[in-house]
Design a protein around this ligand. Structure first.
Ligand SMILES: Nc1nc2c(c(=O)[nH]1)N[C@H]1C(S)=C(S)[C@@H](COP(=O)(O)O)O[C@H]1N2
Ligand SMILES: [Mo]
Length: 337
């Protein structure tokens, strides 16, 4: 049978969020021929450049060596951060871990296979810049030291899809305290690994690798700012940004940097990856606001992954109570871009 292999970027958005297709994808994962939906299901399952002949994605993932931090999970859910899951349905795990944005492994959403080349051990995290003393910490030592908990957060991508997922991890404030920044440090700059041999997207030289993001120290100290090391009660899958990534749910998803290797404390505002590429569309603050459109599309509503219909987008993605105060006196800034 000849099946057209769609490229990730050829996939219409509705194909990804449509429930019947999603069920079909599950059928495909279980090895059941999927009939009329086969075309797009094949695209979701890894047809195209990323596809290799090593079998279906489920068995490919099952054949990976176990994550060395697996024994730490699941962790206890923090009831103060469970509301998102009550008010909005939790995104299905299969979908949140197979529809990904991770340009290091491809500029489309179908990077699960490619991302399995991400080498997650050894992994060290550097805390440097304007700090009392520079530190380098092994990820497993860090995980042992940090107060792990689970939080259900909403995630709103600037492209207008959204999800609700249970992250495991620890407050970013705990890491800031460990770093002991000097009072001169006003920002924390977060950097993803750089290894073009491992992550072929990084061979695309027109992108300003490595991926960089930044927050003010006040934002980083806000209790909502979270370092996620797991999802759905398990260690973080590679495609979602193993072994540690940021989760700042009141900002557009691109702020939530994946696979971080360095936290640098600095008095200068970092220029982030997307800001450097296109500052007229992606700024430093990037707080969610339905009333401030992206130059090329409206931000008024969003499409939950796996859900058929759009829902209204909320100011600060629904987290205004926790974060609006951070921006008092900054009204002159482009806070929502
Ligand atoms: N290093 C890195 N981090 C990244 C990205 C990326 O391409 N590279 N994409 C961002 C974007 S745009 C989104 S929406 C989220 C997607 O996270 P998910 O794949 O876990 O849903 O990761 C963010 N973090
Ligand atoms: Mo995004």
């Amino acid at each position: 049978m000849l099946i057209k292999c769609w490229k990730g970027w050829e996939l219409p958005e509705r194909a990804v969020t449509d429930e019947s297709l999603f069920r079909n994808r599950r059928a495909l994962l279980k090895g059941i021929a999927a009939g009329p939906m086969m075309l797009s299901a094949a695209a979701l399952a890894g047809c195209g450049e990323e596809a290799t002949a090593e079998g279906d994605p489920a068995s490919m993932l099952a054949s990976l060596p176990p994550d060395p931090s697996a024994h730490l999970y699941p962790v206890k859910r923090n009831p103060a951060y469970a509301d998102a899951g009550k008010n909005y349905p939790l995104t299905d795990e299969d979908l949140a871990t197979s529809y990904n944005n991770f340009y290091e492994f491809g500029s489309h959403k179908n990077i699960v296979r490619a991302a399995q080349d991400l080498k997650i051990r050894p992994w060290t995290v550097v805390l440097d810049g304007e700090v009392t003393k520079e530190k380098t910490i092994d990820i497993d030592d860090l995980l042992e030291q940090m107060p792990l908990e689970e939080r259900v957060y909403r995630h709103r991508c600037v492209e207008t899809w959204s999800m609700v997922v249970p992250w495991s991890g620890f407050p970013l404030s705990a890491l800031v305290k460990l770093a002991e920044p000097l009072s001169s440090a006003k920002y924390v700059r977060m950097e993803t690994f750089k290894d073009p041999e491992m992550a072929p997207g990084q061979k695309q030289h027109w992108y300003p690798w490595p991926y960089v993001e930044g927050l003010t120290i006040e934002e980083a100290m806000n209790d909502l700012a979270f370092i996620a090391t797991g999802i759905y009660g398990k260690p973080m899958p590679r495609q979602n940004g193993a072994p540690l990534r940021l989760a700042v749910p009141w900002k557009y998803g691109f702020k939530s940097t994946k696979s971080i290797v360095r936290f640098t404390f600095t008095s200068e505002r970092p220029v982030s990856f997307w800001e450097e590429l296109q500052s007229s569309e992606y700024g430093f603050w990037a707080n969610v606001n339905p009333e401030v459109p992206h130059p090329r599309w409206s931000q008024a509503s969003e499409k939950p992954l796996g859900g058929g219909t759009k829902i209204p987008t909320l100011l600060y993605n629904g987290y205004a109570e926790q974060v609006a105060d951070l921006y008092k006196g900054l009204e002159g800034e482009r806070l929502f871009m």
